[in-house]
Ligand binder design. Structure first.
Ligand SMILES: Cc1ncc(C[n+]2csc(CCOP(=O)(O)OP(=O)(O)O)c2C)c(N)n1
Ligand SMILES: [Mg+2]
Length: 561
């Protein structure tokens, strides 16, 4: 017979799940849990400076390891501060387990100090959630939380534990087995054969690869399919790296800020093989005009995505890697010279050429220079805005799953804490974070966490003293009326970084920007590099929100040849 408090049960089960690092912030309602955590010899606690920061640190760890990660918050304001990170994880399919403290069971519903109904509040932004009523129940709830977070399409799970449940003592036979993902759905071989036939008969097929490809380890199979049957591949923001940027069949990102050739080829294709994607509007543009000539094969682990936005001719609910591995031998190896010649020609005439690529102190140039310094193995995090889209357009991703960005929710403030999490989980990899002056202020407090942890992150701050992407929309679609998107004061970001004890460089004041950048990258540990950029330098091409992808502006692309 075993005997343990609820808090001890949680910590022991987390240890048995393989959890080794937990970001969080303590408070009255989760102190028993913290007291038990203090006695763990294997779990390291990372004290974040804001619960949203803790959530994104956990996300950074989960995104680079592919495994569920945990973060902690107390009740009330601690719990409400977790919601953005949870919603973000939900939209980007990131496995997380958020454990919140709650006021004692007997006080729930009395408007007790720091009481909020986080169970109710988190319901629409989590994959599942629990309000635990006894210490014993934790023996099933904690493994279930991990199983649910990691199964099928991953996502966040919240476990709310009242304080008395943390201190209550339970007696039980033995520790439960750790929660593991459910078995994958069986492959529908008949559907795969129909998909192969569609591919064989297509003259102008295209692969449309998303985050699910990297998540399931399907990038190699996707590349083999592309090469074996001469199928070019476009990627979503979340799927970048599925095919190396330099690959002749790689068309980079599709959609709102795609290279013109990519959107043109999508328009022309007669078969779309969509893998691990959800037909998000930033990718498809106006949905009923997306790939108007194409039949669709859709492979995704989430049955809810089948037929949600576009009806596929063949829909396959399956793990992307398993499905592509099984599909490969069914597809005829062949050359599609007419199609690949067209692709090569369009890439040349309507490709994306980053302006001022050679200038390391320019908006695109710094992305390319940093990429060379960071190397092919680097993890790249971004915040949200023009700097994010520039990174997606220009960074030469050559490995899947190396771009950590808030794709679905588009959360400013994601980049810095996610980079810290990535560096904590993979201290062997260089981590670069491209941020904006607006975004970094949303979780600037985590500079302290980065320094305290010695996280090996290089923050490249593209400072236009503006909410650049908002301004761009006002410029283009609101008659140039810039309102509420330009800052009147300019913070001294290098002084702020130094104030947190971080090395800082400014590419505008250094003698030679390329050397300054190299210097910043040469030393291990966190640093911030400020690059001043112009606010009126837009990100182009751009498809206006709600328009069809062919209506992109800012390039000669619509003069389609
Ligand atoms: C939390 C949050 N609030 C508001 C927005 C809307 N928004 C999208 S991009 C953007 C501007 C971002 O500014 P900055 O980080 O400086 O990036 P820039 O576009 O200037 O490169 C804003 C306000 C958002 N995405 N997230
Ligand atoms: Mg800005």
């Amino acid at each position: 017979m075993k005997r343990a408090s609820g808090a001890e049960i949680v910590v022991r089960l987390l240890e048995r799940q393989g959890i080794r690092t937990i970001p969080g912030i303590p408070g009255g309602a989760n102190l028993p849990l913290y007291d038990a955590l203090a006695r763990s010899t294997v779990i390291r606690h990372v004290l974040a400076r804001h619960e949203q920061g803790a959530g994104f640190i956990a996300q950074g760890m989960a995104r680079v390891t592919g495994r569920p990660q945990v973060f902690l918050a107390t009740s009330g304001p601690g719990a409400t501060n977790t919601l953005t990170a949870l919603a973000d994880a939900r939209l980007d399919s990131v496995p997380l387990v958020c454990i919140t403290g709650q006021v004692p069971s007997a006080m729930i519903g009395t408007d007790a100090f720091q009481e909020v109904d986080i169970y109710g509040m988190s319901l629409p932004v989590t994959k599942h959630n629990f309000l635990v009523r006894s210490a014993r129940e934790l023996l099933t709830v904690i493994p279930a939380a991990f199983r649910i977070a990691a199964s099928g399409r991953p996502g966040p799970v919240l476990v709310d534990i009242p304080k008395d449940v943390q201190t209550q003592v339970a007696h039980f036979e033995d520790w439960p087995a750790p929660g593991r993902p459910d078995p994958l759905p069986a492959l529908d071989m008949d559907a795969l054969r129909r998909a192969a036939a569609l591919i064989d008969n297509a003259r102008r097929p295209l692969l449309y690869l998303g985050g699910g490809v990297a998540r399931s380890g399907a990038a190699q199979a996707a590349q083999a399919l592309a090469e074996g049957a001469d199928i070019p591949a476009a990627m979503t923001l979340m799927g970048l790296g599925a095919l190396p940027a330099a690959h002749p069949l790689c068309l980079g990102m599709l959609g709102m800020h795609a290279a013109p050739c990519t959107n043109i080829l999508l328009e022309e294709c007669d078969l779309l093989v969509a893998v691990g994607v959800r037909f998000d509007d930033r990718a498809t543009g106006k949905l009923d005009q997306f790939c108007p000539q194409a039949s669709v094969v859709h492979i995704d682990i989430d049955p809810g995505e089948m037929d949600k936005l576009r009806t596929p001719q063949v829909g396959i609910t399956a793990d992307a890697a398993q499905a592509l591995d099984a599909l490969l031998p069914l597809v005829t190896r062949k050359r599609r010279t007419e199609w690949t010649t067209r692709v090569a020609r369009l890439r040349k005439s309507h490709g994306f050429e980053p302006p001022r690529a050679d200038d390391p102190a320019s908006a695109y140039g710094v992305v390319l220079h940093a990429a060379r310094l960071a190397g092919e193995d680097a993890v790249v995090c971004t915040d949200v805005g023009q700097h994010q889209m520039r990174t997606a357009q220009a960074y030469p991703f050559s490995r899947p799953g190396r771009l950590l960005t808030s794709g679905g929710l588009g959360t400013m403030g994601f980049g810095l804490p996610a980079a810290i999490g990535a560096a904590l989980a993979r201290p062997d990899l260089p981590v670069v974070c491209f941020s904006g002056d607006g975004s970094i202020l949303m979780n600037i407090q985590e500079l302290a966490t980065a320094v305290e942890q010695g996280a090996n992150i290089k923050i490249i701050l593209l400072d236009n003293n503006a909410l650049g992407l908002v301004q761009q929309q006002q410029q283009l679609f609101y008659g140039g009326r810039i309102f509420g998107s330009d800052y009147r004061m300019r913070p001294d970001f290098t002084a702020i970084a130094r104030g947190f004890g971080m090395r800082a460089y400014d590419l505008s004041t250094g003698v030679a920007p390329a050397q300054t950048l190299a210097l910043a990258f040469a030393e291990r540990g966190p640093c911030l590099i400020r690059v001043p950029v112009r606010a009126d330098e837009g990100v182009y091409p751009m498809v206006p929100p709600g328009a069809a992808n062919r209506e992109m502006i800012g390039d000669a692309a619509n003069v389609c040849s």
